[in-house]
Design a protein around this ligand. Structure first.
Ligand SMILES: [Zn+2]
Length: 234
């Protein structure tokens, strides 16, 4: 154990540098590492394991917090918790993590049947979950129900093109990988995803990467594959 920790410290020390900067853990590196199921180059922070989408979200949240646009304190519900973000959220929020798998979160919960009263949370983070959920509209309306009026949420999903593609006759992992981009996804969202969020009652606020970051920052934070993200409000 101690040997592994030491090995990791040496590994990180050797990677220290200025080419890349992770805003989530605030460390600079010579390089980022390949990451994601398809091993995208320069995707992963070697220290906190943030991916492009985590860094993009964290940078936008920091901007919104600095402008006092969204809550930075209060109750947060974090579904399928990403460890790199959880560490930071716990510093300011009264924090609860949830997942269907009791091993990875504080409470085990089905997202289509959330065991909290209406208007409980000031913030909800639920990234890359809905593309796994057959009844995603039910899940979105549950997230809306438990959010307080004035609250905010990050409900990131992978998106491609304009129209959402779903077909519940596609069930094998191989066929789902081919149709939806990953073997355990049940649809591939298009930009009409935002309509599903609005249908549940949320207002949507879209942040485009190019409006906030120069090409240089884009490379340095390695935000490459993410073009835009949505913050929902109730
Ligand atoms: Zn990091």
């Amino acid at each position: 154990m101690i040997f592994n920790q030491l090995k990791r410290k040496i590994f990180l020390w050797k990677l220290r540098g200025d080419n890349y900067f992770c805003p989530v853990c605030e460390n600079g590196f010579k390089t980022f590492l390949p990451g994601g199921p398809k091993r995208r180059p320069f995707a992963l922070c070697p220290n906190c394991y943030s991916l492009e989408r985590h860094r993009f979200l964290w940078l936008i949240l920091q901007k919104l917090w600095s402008e006092d646009k969204i809550y930075r304190t209060g109750k947060m519900l974090h579904f399928a918790p990403e460890a790199c973000l959880a560490l930071n959220f716990k510093k300011t929020f009264e924090y609860i993590s949830a997942d269907i798998d009791p091993e990875v979160a504080m409470v085990s919960m089905d997202i289509t049947d959330i065991k909290f009263p209406d208007d409980t949370f000031d913030a909800i983070v639920c990234n890359h979950v809905l593309e796994h959920i057959p009844e995603d509209r039910k899940a979105i309306s549950e997230l809306f129900r438990v959010m307080k009026k004035g609250g905010w949420g990050s409900l990131q999903v992978p998106m491609k093109g304009e129209k959402t593609f779903e077909d519940d006759s596609i069930v094998t992992p191989e066929a789902r990988d081919k149709a939806f981009g990953q073997s355990d996804h049940v649809r591939l969202y298009g930009s009409d995803y935002y309509e599903r969020l609005k249908d549940a009652g949320f207002t949507t606020h879209i942040y485009r990467k190019d409006d906030f970051f120069s090409d240089e920052e884009n490379l340095r934070f390695s935000l490459a594959i993410e073009n835009e993200l949505v913050i929902v409000r109730k």
